[in-house]
Every structure is written in C-alpha cells, then in structure tokens.
Design a protein around this ligand. Structure first.
Ligand code: ATP
Ligand code: MG
Length: 151
C-alpha cells in the first residue's frame, strides 16, 4: 500500500527525492484502507508542500514493542517551537504567509490525528535540525487479539 501511494505522490513530488525504506513485509495494521490512504496522502502532501527545492522525503517503517511504527520525514522548512503544540488543531496554520502561498486550510493534520486515533494509533511530531518527522504508531495486529480490534 505504501509503495503504491508513494508511486502516486511521486508525480507531484518529482522535484524532490523520495525514498521508501520498508522493513516490514508482513506487518498488519487494523485499519480501513481509505483512512490509511488519507493519512499518508496528507502527511506526504505536507512533506512536499513544506519542503525545500532539492529536499528529501523518507518514509520508513519498523516494529517496536507490539507497534507498527511508520515515519514520514522531510528536510523542509520545519515547524517553529511555539507552533509545535498547535499543529494538530483544526484550522491552525503556522503563519498566514505560509498558507497563503500553499493554500492550506489547516485541516489536514487535525483530520489525520482523528483518523489515527480512531485506529487506536498515535501520531507525534519530531522536529529535527533539518526538517520535520511525523511518527505514527499503530497496534500491531500480530500481537493484538482479534477481540481487541476496534469494531
Ligand atoms: P491542509 O492540509 O488543510 O491543506 P495545511 O497543510 O496548512 O492545510 P495542516 O496539514 O493541518 O494544514 O498543517 C498545519 C500547519 O503545520 C501547516 O500550515 C504548516 O505550517 C505546518 N506543517 C505541517 N506539516 C509540516 C511539515 N512537514 N513541515 C513544515 N511545516 C509543516
Ligand atoms: Mg496539510
């Protein structure tokens, strides 16, 4: 699924170098396909929109402590410290100039967070010196029993 999505996004992202680092061939997440697509499209859309010319986007996954962890990392403009606690709020954009240029409504991440949580996942922002990483954690279906899966 990830490979497929990245393939589709690549057309849009051809100015950037996009790398996928898949480690898990058999990871299973309990999620509906549409939600997962929505989540990834939004994160990749941001990673492209707020990137810099020649920037990189890396999508990777691994499994840790019964969780499937997916990371979307970019080498873009980053998120200022004072904004980091607010970016998941509906209609929040870091500054008006940024969204005027890019046409964002500030709803993308609010929706992503809602969808992730609906699937018993978590999303966190990791700010690095050279960009932004979003880390998603979902319960691994290998370790979760069927009974525990959300209805
Ligand atoms: P929309 O997604 O609704 O089109 P948006 O991209 O502005 O609009 P969000 O996706 O919710 O809204 O993101 C909120 C704000 O967080 C953005 O306005 C942007 O400033 C900042 N942001 C989000 N992702 C990144 C990123 N990867 N790098 C830098 N800033 C980001
Ligand atoms: Mg967005």
């Amino acid at each position: 699924l990830l490979l497929d999505l990245i393939g589709r996004m690549k057309a849009k992202a051809e100015r950037f170098e996009v790398a996928i680092v898949p480690h898990l061939n058999d990871a299973v997440i309990w999620a509906d396909r549409e939600s997962l697509v929505h989540i990834m499209i939004n994160l990749l859309d941001n990673a492209i929109k707020y990137n810099l010319p020649g920037g990189q986007i890396v999508v990777s996954d691994h499994e840790a402590e019964g969780k499937v962890v997916i990371e979307v990392a970019d080498t873009g403009i980053g998120i200022p410290e004072e904004a980091r606690s607010k970016i998941f709020e509906p209609f929040y954009t870091v500054n008006k100039d940024r969204s005027r240029q890019t046409g964002g409504t500030g709803l993308g991440l609010a929706l992503v967070k809602q969808l992730v949580e609906k699937h018993r996942g978590t999303i966190e922002l990791i700010s690095t010196d050279d960009g932004t990483t979003f880390r998603l954690c979902f319960p691994s279906f290998h370790t979760a029993s069927r009974k525990e899966a959300p209805q």
